[in-house]
Design a protein around this ligand. Sequence first.
Ligand code: NAP
Ligand code: 8YV
Length: 317
Amino acid sequence: MKHRILQAGRLLPSLERRLAEEFDLHLLANEADPPAFLAARGHEFVGFVSSAGIGASAALMDALPNLRVISSFGVGLDKLDLAAAKQRGIAVGYTPDVLNDCVADLAMVLMLDVARRASEADRFVRRGDWTKPGLAAFPLGRKVSGAKLGIVGLGRIGRTIAQRAAGFEMEIRYHSRRPVEGVPWAHEPSLTGLAQWCDFLVVITAGGAGTRHLVDAAVLDALGPRGFIVNVARGSVIDEAALVRALVERRIAGAGLDVFEDEPRVPPELFGLDNVVLLPHIASATEETRQAMADRVFDNLQGFFREGRMVSPAPLP
Ligand code: NAP
Ligand code: 8YV
């Protein structure tokens, strides 16, 4: 008999097909009244497939009283209540490592784009400004190669960003709660100190309560009018209201943002600023990486039911 699995949201069609072949899959997205469905049929499910963006709350777990495993599409666990899962004996799988390359690549994209004004220059050309007689020349950008890079969070992705930045001959330091052993980059115990030192501050910590507004007005002021910030972690890690103020008042040089506090809502004050690059949370969004993430979601679930262990079990508190 096939295990009965509930899926939240929609995933890659190829993953949904594989899940439907292996399991008795039900899509919560097809239900007109999900809470009523969960109340009536929640007891049927032993597995739950979710994503970093949706997560799983304690209330959801309560609505699935026979749940044994959650397999999440993504590495971020900030929306998944790990303590509640542990308390209920529910195993959790996620997709670390397979997305390191693409998230790190996108951090470089944002750094280069905002500093070299690439998106702004593209708008300049499309508007026809390049051909307008008498118009001032396009403004100069800032050099990335050889600049000082501060990385906030030297985990799997942070390290991958550092490796790429080393290829740009950047001087690299990082901030995290503990120094990381065996890396050639200097640990900076004070985030404000790191911001003061660097030209580019790239944020790639975990999200959640522990890092909420880690980058606040004081850190932005330390970064200063020559400093750029890039966020590929979670919107919650930066005090977004303080960031908007700092950008509007030109107290920092610019920002490259893939993530926001209340996605998909982006503060409208940012739309008119040329020194800001805004992306719709696409750091892992390549065909190759999303397929690798999909494979890991499937392998975690299949591994749990066939062998009692997942390829990538999430660390439970
Ligand atoms: P990871 O290996 O667990 O690294 C997380 C890093 O954050 C660690 O170095 C950790 O170091 C640091 N950290 C945690 N709490 C901190 C704090 N309070 N202050 C300073 N540093 C802190 O995770 P990862 O795989 O690199 O992924 C990082 C995050 O990227 C994910 O959790 C996810 O939210 C985000 N992400 C975003 C996208 C996207 O599409 N934009 C894609 C993938 C991942 P210490 O514990 O030593 O402090
Ligand atoms: C996800 C992400 O693809 O992995 C994460 O934590 O933020 C992205 O890679 C996205 O959230 C889809 O759920």
